[in-house]
Design a protein around this ligand. Structure first.
Ligand code: GLN
Length: 247
């Protein structure tokens, strides 16, 4: 399945996460180490989101392979931010390979990514989708599970704290579509929320910064694996890991 990462801390170049580390997101796109049976490589698309000004995310996303985008490699070296979310995509069989299906999904301050798949898509979650306003369904980024998860989550974020909203969406989708793989990652530029639901996730807090990543970016011993079935809420000074309840 896909790989994703999030960073909060002192401003760093996007390349310091996406291109440069020994096990960068770019390397994870062609040589991931821990896909748990969900595909082999992540070559269907990629995207990165960051904050030129606090509270307003921008996003760059494309179809294809991250390593062949020389323009992004160059821009990533001169573009720095204190909050970054990036992803590479391995499209689930049957889902369209289009730019708008690539994470991060965004709205205002929010950036979102999904690593996994919804079992028996789309029938399993048709009722859940039906709880959304019709306009939200008509304006989905793409007809994919990840885009629907983003719509379900976004509709809660106005009224529910981010970690609660993310855990609620995982619980509801897991109940409707058992066996789904639901590693979600969300940020508003000040807090990162990630879940482990059948896929790997690691967190490193160091040097006034926190990084959450599907796979460790290097061999720094400060990387900690987030246990299965948990939600991690992190900012540069705190990492909180809580169980999400029975599967
Ligand atoms: N199912 C999602 C998609 O097709 C996410 C894929 C993944 O995690 N590999 O975009």
């Amino acid at each position: 399945m896909c790989r994703h990462l999030g960073y909060l801390g002192p401003a760093v170049p996007i390349a310091s996460l996406v291109h440069d580390p020994p096990h960068s997101l770019m390397r994870q796109s062609y040589a991931p180490r821990d896909m748990r049976g969900g595909g082999t490589v992540n070559v269907d698309g990629y995207g990165v989101g960051w904050y030129p000004t606090p509270g307003q995310a921008v996003r760059y996303r494309r179809v294809g392979t991250l390593w062949s985008d020389a323009n992004l490699a160059q821009l990533s070296r001169i573009t720095s931010s204190g909050a970054i979310l990036a992803a590479v995509r391995s499209a689930t069989v049957g889902m369209p390979i289009v730019e708008t299906a690539c994470a991060p999904f965004t709205d205002g301050q929010w950036l979102f990514s999904h690593n996994g798949r919804v079992t028996d898509w789309p029938g399993s979650v048709a009722d859940l989708a039906g709880t959304l306003p019709t306009t939200d369904l008509l304006t989905l980024d793409a007809p994919t599970d990840s885009a629907l998860l983003w719509a379900l989550l976004r509709s809660r974020l106005a009224t529910t704290p981010p970690a609660r909203a993310v855990a609620d969406v995982v619980a509801e989708v897991a109940a409707a579509a058992p066996g789904s793989r639901l590693n979600l990652l969300l940020t508003n530029g000040s807090v990162l929320v990630g879940t482990t639901w059948t896929h790997s996730l690691w967190v490193r807090r160091a040097d006034d910064a926190v990084t959450v990543s599907s796979e460790p970016l290097d061999d720094d011993p400060r990387w900690r694996e987030v246990p299965e079935g948990h939600v991690v809420t992190a900012d540069p000074s705190t990492v909180d890991v809580q169980p999400m309840g029975r599967r």
